[in-house]
Design a protein around this ligand. Structure first.
Ligand code: PEP
Length: 334
């Protein structure tokens, strides 16, 4: 994945050489930014971003007040490689035949160029997917062990994932936290080890409904982020997935305002606890009942840098629609 359009940073603002200093003329569109042919997203430039927004998150799932409406907007480059990021988590679904069809559908889909796309098949199908899926799309594991391997029945090591061609691993998914009982401490150890194998990490965080309703969203997400921060050597190959548990697999998607509020708060947390540079570069993607129809409105929000998709990633054409929702972000940025 090419790294272009690196952001620049100062004590007061986070900007981008390519977007801010180019001679981009009105109506010329993103493609006309001479030194930055890649996607240009939106980033809030005021120093208050996210702080007030989080208070509104604490009230419950029906909260819809937006921190973005009152903030100063400025066009700067997307975090990380400057690309939207969409991951498909296939969970424990499929068989050889259905996965062949899904791969065929993805291979024939027309995908926007400026999106990093990753799919996470069940472990046993990773070799099939790696050998048949277009190289345009990377493959991820849905989990990995805390170390190299050995007498750990049922586990898969990061070494094994890398060996069969995976470039990424999803860690901290709520189904592993809350169904399999994984602690943040274990997830941190898994992350630390996966990083030594050069796997990109999709680091999942998110609150349960009762945590949101009791005003603990920020505390929960911050604690989960801290466990990643304590374990990761750096954030250069990490994408944060904000996935409110109440929205996963429930059909109850967070409103764009709710998602934006938490994403802005996560970026603020990164800025304060890690560094402004990491806050600017790290992509923060949303997960929780994202589908074809709702993806374009979510994608327009300035701190939503892509999606982690469960159910809808099992349908090739719909997953392609979600990937291509980057076009709605580009329209907002234009
Ligand atoms: C997920 O599993 O990460 C997820 C977001 O699932 P769904 O899209 O089905 O809610």
């Amino acid at each position: 994945m090419a790294h272009t359009c690196r952001p620049v940073h100062s004590a007061t603002a986070t900007g981008s050489i390519c977007a801010r200093s180019s001679s981009r003329s009105k109506g010329s569109g993103v493609a006309a930014v001479a030194s930055c042919p890649k996607f240009v997203g939106l980033r809030r430039l005021d120093s208050k971003s996210g702080s007030e927004g989080f208070a509104a998150v604490l009230g419950g799932v029906s909260s819809s007040s937006s921190s973005s409406s009152s903030s100063t907007r400025g066009i700067v480059s997307m975090g990380g490689s400057g690309k939207f990021f969409v991951g498909g988590n296939w969970k424990c679904n499929g068989n050889s035949e259905s996965i062949k069809k899904l791969v065929d559908d993805l291979n024939s889909a027309k995908l926007e160029d400026d999106v990093d796309v990753v799919v996470a098949p069940p472990f046993v199908y990773i070799p099939q997917v790696v050998s048949t899926l277009t190289k345009r799309i990377d493959v991820a594991g849905q989990n990995s062990w805390t170390g190299k391997g050995g007498a750990f029945t049922g586990e898969i090591s990061a070494d094994m994932l890398a060996d069969v061609g995976s470039k990424w691993v999803i860690l901290g998914h709520s189904e592993r936290r809350h169904i399999l009982g994984e602690s943040s401490d274990t997830i941190g150890k898994k992350s630390a080890y996966a990083a030594t194998k050069d796997l990109g990490i999709i680091a999942c965080v998110g609150e349960k409904l009762e945590e949101r309703e009791s005003g603990r969203t920020l505390d929960v997400v911050s604690d989960q982020l801290q466990a990643f921060a304590d374990s990761l050597p750096d954030w250069s190959n990490v994408v944060i997935a904000y996935e409110p548990v109440w929205a996963i697999g429930t059909g109850k998607v967070a409103t764009p305002e709710q998602a934006q509020e938490v994403h802005a708060a996560i970026r603020k947390w990164l800025s304060e606890k890690v560094s402004p540079e990491v806050a600017s570069k790290t992509r923060i993607i949303y997960g929780g009942s994202v589908n074809g129809p709702n993806s374009s409105e979510l994608a327009k929000r300035e701190d939503i840098d892509g999606f982690l998709v469960g159910g809808a990633s099992l349908k090739g054409p719909e997953f392609a629609t979600i990937i291509n929702s980057v076009t709605s972000k580009k329209k907002v940025a234009a």
